[in-house]
Design a protein around this ligand. Structure first.
Ligand code: UDP
Ligand code: MG
Length: 330
């Protein structure tokens, strides 16, 4: 018997009871006639619906399935991290897939083919986004512009977490002890041979997105602060400009007073300047605060996630989250 390559399919799911049975059936179909051995790893990100019970049923009927349940909802980035940490140690590659069917599992063979060509990261790039509003498209384009111009990594636009990563990249990711995990950025940061696979992003099978605009905004802030310190410098330049302007304006006021005397004037302009500068100062302070807050969270060294249950259970890994001092995942 020849040894087949083992590939892990990682699916993070949060309240996906309506989508999971359909997704699993599609997934099983997609890898049916494959020349690799698959492990399907579902991470239940603290779902409050029937997701976990469903996953247990799926695991009963399909021996390739492994499960991890987090102790509460930690968010997708943490759930993915948990999945990376719990992937089978002998997996040669790992594919990340959404639980809602937006990333079609039918593409898995194409990802694997690219990987076999020698690529370490094969990322899915959306050519179309079905079921997404124009506002989401515009804000998402703007986000990629900003983050790519501010940071020195390149995050390809229209790319989600749908991707295949090789063992090299998996090992590299497990060395990253940071608590604030912007996965798209981390995937790009590691480098190696990367290539895109274009696909049409489908609409959700069922349920609604968990990412409203507020959550997306926070994710964007996370991304920018994780990969760039440029905003911290902004205050320097804005302050410099304001000072230059103030200097020129000061000279003008002094000259004016000497030539024509000093009738009390200028309350509106004074208020404008005070309010403008006050606003700018608070904004700059807030920006510093964004970084300071993250620094604070990082220094606490809390685990990124906690595991409540696991299937099949493995005693040595039980209940362990990742710690920075133990970068290989406990
Ligand atoms: N997800 C998760 N934890 C969360 C939110 C979402 O594991 O706190 C999972 C969710 O179940 C899905 C994937 O992340 O498999 C993408 O979520 P969603 O479809 O809501 O985001 P969108 O596709 O709209 O960006
Ligand atoms: Mg989705």
């Amino acid at each position: 018997m020849t040894m087949l390559d083992k590939i892990t399919v990682l699916v993070a799911a949060y309240n996906e009871e309506a989508s999971l049975p359909i997704l699993h059936a599609r997934l099983a179909e997609a890898i049916k006639n494959s020349d690799a051995e698959y492990e399907i790893l579902y991470v239940d990100d603290g779902s409050t619906d029937k997701t976990w019970e469903l996953l247990e049923q799926i695991a009963q009927s399909d021996s390739r399935v492994a499960l991890v349940r987090l102790s509460r909802n930690f968010g997708k980035e943490a759930a993915l991290t948990a999945g990376l940490d719990h992937a089978a140690a002998d997996s040669k590659a790992l594919i990340v897939l959404d639980a809602d069917g937006q990333d079609p599992p039918e593409l898995i063979p194409q990802f694997v083919a690219k990987w076999r060509e020698g690529f370490d990261v094969v990322y899915g790039t959306r050519t179309e986004r079905e079921g997404e509003s124009w506002l989401k498209r515009i804000t998402s384009t703007a986000f990629y512009r900003v983050i790519n111009s501010l940071s020195n990594i390149h995050i390809p636009a229209d790319t989600g977490d749908f991707r295949l990563i090789s063992r090299n990249v998996l090992d590299a990711l497990s060395q990253m002890g940071e608590r604030q995990r912007f996965m798209k950025g981390l995937f790009a940061w590691v480098g190696y041979q990367q290539t895109a696979l274009h696909y049409t992003r489908q609409a959700r099978i069922a349920g609604a997105t968990k990412f409203n605009y507020w959550r997306l905004w926070n994710l964007a802030l996370e991304g920018i602060t994780s990969f760039s310190t440029a905003p911290l410098r902004l205050a320097t330049y804005v302050g410099l400009l304001a000072a230059l302007f103030a200097f020129a304006y000061g000279i003008w006021i002094i000259t004016k007073t000497m030539l024509w005397g000093d009738a009390v004037q200028g309350w509106p302009s004074m208020m404008t300047v005070i309010l403008l500068l006050g606003g700018m100062q608070l904004m700059a302070l807030g920006m510093v605060g964004e970084y300071l807050g993250r620094l604070y969270m990082e220094t606490k060294q809390r685990p990124i996630y906690l595991v409540a249950k696991q299937f099949p259970s493995s005693a040595n890994r039980h209940m362990i989250g990742r710690k920075a001092s133990n970068p290989n995942g406990g």
